[in-house]
Ligand binder design. Structure first.
Ligand code: 9YT
Length: 132
């Protein structure tokens, strides 16, 4: 069994911080669960374009409000506590936070912890990260 505490994990290198968001990776590829599990906070007033071309991601809003735009169709969806979105088609999207948003996110295949966002908003596939 694996037991981890978000507040303790935030004091370790499981916390990845960038200008407009941070993410604490509570479960990673080496936990062998078949997915990774992250708690992500998006700063109020920021917008981000992500395109996980090599990962499927499901994202559940715990707190905060904003919008997600499907960049292929232009469709906009409201984000508020209780809403989940699943990027089942590796959908390129823009996430905008009106207030600070906290999400619980899962990635399949699991993130290894060594990924950085590439220019195109994606993470490299796991095989490429392992080879680096
Ligand atoms: C909301 C969202 O896209 N979260 C993704 C997790 C984050 N990019 C991470 O942990 O790398």
């Amino acid at each position: 069994m694996i037991v981890r505490d978000l507040n303790k994990a935030r004091e370790t290198d499981r916390l990845i911080s960038t200008e407009g968001w941070d993410s604490t990776r509570l479960l990673l590829a080496d936990d062998n669960m078949g997915f990774s599990f992250h708690v992500t906070r998006i700063k109020a007033g920021t917008s981000h374009v992500f395109h996980y071309k090599h990962h499927l991601e499901a994202v559940f809003c715990i707190e905060g409000e904003g919008q997600i735009k499907d960049l292929a169709t232009g469709e906009v969806h409201e984000i508020k506590p209780g809403v989940i979105y699943a990027l089942d088609k590796n959908d390129k999207h823009e996430l905008s936070a009106k207030s600070q948003i906290t999400f619980a996110c899962t990635f399949n295949p699991p993130v290894t912890g060594n990924e950085v966002h590439r220019e195109d908003g994606s993470y490299a596939p796991a095989a490429e990260v392992a080879a680096e």
